[in-house]
Design a protein around this ligand. Sequence first.
Ligand SMILES: NC(=O)c1ccc[n+]([C@@H]2O[C@H](COP(=O)([O-])OP(=O)(O)OC[C@H]3O[C@@H](n4cnc5c(N)ncnc54)[C@H](OP(=O)(O)O)[C@@H]3O)[C@@H](O)[C@H]2O)c1
Length: 276
Amino acid sequence: MSASKIVLLTGASSGIGAELAKILARQGMRLILTARRADRLEALAVECRSLGAEVIVIPADLGSTDEASRLVDESVKAFGGLDVLINNAGYGLSAKFSEADPADLVRQLDVNLVTPILLARHALRHLIESRGTIINVGSSISCVAIPAFGVYGTTKAGLAYWNDALRREIRGTGVNVCLVEPGPVETEFLDVIEAQSTRKLERHEARPPAFINARADDTARRIARLIDRPRRRISMLRRVVWPLRLVAGLFRLFPSLGDLALSSRQPVAVDSKGSG
Ligand SMILES: NC(=O)c1ccc[n+]([C@@H]2O[C@H](COP(=O)([O-])OP(=O)(O)OC[C@H]3O[C@@H](n4cnc5c(N)ncnc54)[C@H](OP(=O)(O)O)[C@@H]3O)[C@@H](O)[C@H]2O)c1
């Protein structure tokens, strides 16, 4: 049982992260909750304290990569160490590459990939001391390259590669490194995508049918279990992610099939924002 472990959780203000915070609170963990929306974090902290956890809230925008060292330093200062880092925060930039604002591309890479890696870098010595755990929330999107989600998919594919490389590099230190690969989950994730997008979405970008969605609380429960029972990689829902892996294998063997199924039907117009 992992009572009283010190857990730094990013993306705690909604969706999977908020559910995870409540589960860990019930287990009596000491939590550091971070995201941008301080009001949501404070409300969640009150709920988590009522469930038995010690909680601190550190609002931060992970688009600013300097926040990684501050978050780790403040966590260690508050609780005297760190047992678990959960890199959960993330969002999906849905933008045609030819029209994307370069600043949006950098921000996507920073929030979903660069800052999580830096968080782990700053946390590593503390995690080695505690023989702790790093959990990275990737995505099944990294199986198949989808137009308009190219940079989002890159962050998740990059996270998966780095996750496995790190696990192999630090084997023997006692630190567990786990990758979570969700398919669609019922959270605010798609609302954020739709709110951001100003263009007509293509058919492969449409909201998936509800029956293939995982629930945020179920997803969070499986992630929480990794702290006591670490695994290299978990995928959920399995019935969604495993067939996707098969399709990915097929597209790798026969790339023309993937091109046929997924190529954009919309005209390409290169926007001047990209020409320096
Ligand atoms: N839902 C899905 O279908 C799905 C599928 C595959 C993978 N995932 C992954 O699951 C993870 C959790 O997402 P979710 O589904 O729970 O979506 P969500 O409800 O939209 O939650 C995303 C979390 O990330 C935080 N976040 C976003 N941008 C941030 C920034 N710049 N700085 C700090 N925090 C930021 C948000 O907090 P603030 O807005 O308050 O900052 C929020 O707490 C993400 O990494 C996502 O890529 C989700």
